[in-house]
Design a protein around this ligand. Sequence first.
Ligand code: PEP
Ligand code: MG
Length: 320
Amino acid sequence: VAAQPGPVTTGTATTEDGTRIELLANINLLAELPLAKKMGAAGIGLYRTEFPFLVRPSFPSETEQFLVYRQVVEAMEGRPVVFRTLDIGGEKTLAYTDTAMEPNPELGLRSIRFTLAYRDIFEQQVRAILRAAAGSRHLGIMFPLIASLDDFLQARQVVTDCLERLAADGLEHHDHPDIGMMVELPAVVETMAEFAAEADFFAIGSNDFVQYMLGVDRSNKRVADYYRPEHPSVLRALRRVVKIAGEHDKPISICGEMGHDPAMIPFLLGIGIRRLSIDPQFMPAVHRRISVLTIDACREQARELTAAGSLRAVKAILEP
Ligand code: PEP
Ligand code: MG
């Protein structure tokens, strides 16, 4: 007797053949938390911390950040939360910094490069996150736009230093965060094994990964036709990254827009993705999409797709 479909909105979707796929929420604003909870998200797979920075006229203090982050932790009632450290620059500019003045901001002092350059801002944020998660079982801290293992180790050292100082100061905090990184740059692909030996978890930021892999501005409509998540190089690189993470037993999710694209979900499951972090409004549709798939068929499609050498060949598989 076929099992009755469960409630549409839970944090676990199940394929037709019984494989469980964890569904987490992407959150930009506190106002989005109720929907994430209503949809039954298993946790927050990506909290974009730049939003508290974007709405203020100057850098928020550690205390101001703590108060915002604490609301995220409390709202999720023990479910895991992954905080992404400040990802400004590129398309997210702060009026009170000079990153907008760069001639080529997507390739400039953005994201982890900015926070490594302004260590005090980075430390304030990390302290605020660690303090906000005091008492919670699971905390993830994740760095965006990591290009080299050296970047990752430097950023992780900042967290380690903050942990030591919070302990020395006797301030309540979360003392065992998982420390992970986003896969957003092609530079990560060739050194993925080294990253996988160090990072606790990975999240594929497909929006930026596609932009940098293909050299196409993700927000420029004039080149929108060139922005192709299904490009063979993107697909092969993703397959490789997921495989290496799996060989090291390191969890890997996808948190870019590709994760809710019905055309791409079979491919993602086929290469081994078992965790999707998506905007909560997509959760019911993603549930339904997953429920009609079998892992064997997804693997077969992924094999075909990664053998295809052109966009045209990919299209013939995706739209037979
Ligand atoms: C991404 O790049 O896919 C991502 C999730 O980060 P953002 O969209 O915030 O750059
Ligand atoms: Mg990104």
